[in-house]
Design a protein around this ligand. Structure first.
Ligand code: PGA
Length: 255
C-alpha cells in the first residue's frame, strides 16, 4: 500500500504575514487522522524558515519543501538558490519541472534532469512534474510527451535514487484553470506513467513510486481522484492557499 501524499504548491503567494495566517489555520484544523497521509507545503523561499517555525512543536506532521532550486552547488549564479541551501534550511522536498517553470522560465528537460541530480545529491526529495498541453492532448500525443519528459528528466537516476522521487502528473490544461482532468483521464495517465516506470526501472520501483495528480484539485473533486488505483496524492496549487480546502483534501486522502 502506497501512502497518500498531499503537497501544497503555494507558487508566488505567501508573505510572512500570509504564511503565519495560513499555517495557523491549517494547524487549527489539523486532525490526528491526517498522520496517515504524507503532507507537505512548498511556500516561497522567503517563507520557508517561518513555515518550519510555525509547524514545529504544534502536533502536526507537515514537511516543508521549495518550488525550485538551481542545478549547481554554488558560485556566480545571481538570483539562484542551491539544493544544499534548501536542505540546510530544513526543506524535505523540492518541486522540479513545473509547467510554469518550463513555459515562463524556459526550463527544458535537460536542465530539470541536472536539478534533480543536485537535489538527490544532498538528500532533497524531488517532486518531478510532467504533463501534456491541451494541444498535445488534442493531437493524441499525451503518452509520447509523458514518456519523453520522464526519460529525459530521469536520465542517470538509478533504482535506489528512485525511492526519493515523487512524480506529479499535471496536465497543463488543468493547472489553475478550474478544468480538472476527469478521474478517468487522470487514472489513465497515471497508470501509463507507472507502467513506463516499470519498463525503465523494475516492477518494485513502479509499484512503490508515488504519483500525484495536480491541476485544479480541490475539496470537491479530491475524493474521486484519490480513489483511483494509481493516484497516490495531489500537488495542490490554488486550493492549498485556503486552510479549509487544503485540510479537506488531506481528509479525503485519509479515506
Ligand atoms: P492548481 O495548481 O491546483 O492551482 O491547478 C496545481 C499546480 O500548479 O501544481
Amino acid at each position: 500500500m502506497r501512502r497518500k501524499f498531499i503537497c501544497g504548491n503555494w507558487k508566488m503567494n505567501g508573505t510572512l504575514e500570509e504564511t503565519s495566517a495560513l499555517l495557523g489555520g491549517i494547524v487549527g484544523l489539523w486532525d490526528d487522522a491526517y498522520r496517515k497521509v504524507e503532507v507537505a507545503i512548498c511556500p516561497p523561499f522567503t517563507s520557508i524558515g517561518l513555515a518550519l517555525d510555525k509547524l514545529s512543536g504544534r502536533g502536526v506532521q507537515i514537511a516543508v519543501g521549495a518550488q525550485n532550486c538551481y542545478s549547481e552547488t554554488k558560485g556566480a549564479f545571481t538570483g539562484e538558490v542551491s539544493a544544499r541551501m534548501l536542505a540546510e534550511a530544513g526543506c524535505t522536498y523540492v518541486i522540479l519541472g513545473h509547467s510554469e517553470r518550463r513555459t515562463i522560465f524556459n526550463e527544458n528537460n535537460e536542465l530539470i534532469n541536472r536539478k534533480i541530480k543536485t537535489a538527490l545529491n544532498v538528500g532533497l526529495k524531488p517532486i518531478l512534474c510532467i504533463g501534456e498541453t491541451h494541444e498535445e492532448r488534442e493531437l493524441a500525443q499525451t503518452y509520447e510527451v509523458l514518456l519523453h519528459q520522464l526519460t529525459q528528466c530521469l536520465r542517470g537516476v538509478d533504482v535506489t535514487q528512485m525511492k526519493m522521487i515523487t512524480i506529479a502528473y499535471e496536465p497543463v490544461w488543468a493547472i489553475g484553470t478550474g478544468r480538472t482532468a476527469t478521474a478517468e483521464i487522470a487514472q489513465d495517465s497515471h497508470s501509463y506513467i507507472r507502467s513506463e516506470i516499470g519498463k525503465l526501472y523494475d516492477e518494485t520501483v513502479a509499484s512503490q513510486i508515488t504519483i500525484q495528480y495536480g491541476g485544479s484539485m480541490n475539496a470537491a473533486n479530491a475524493a474521486e481522484l484519490l480513489e483511483q488505483t494509481d493516484i497516490d496524492g495531489g500537488l495542490i496549487g490554488g486550493a492549498s492557499l485556503d486552510a479549509k480546502a487544503f485540510t479537506a483534501i488531506i481528509e479525503a486522502a485519509t479515506k
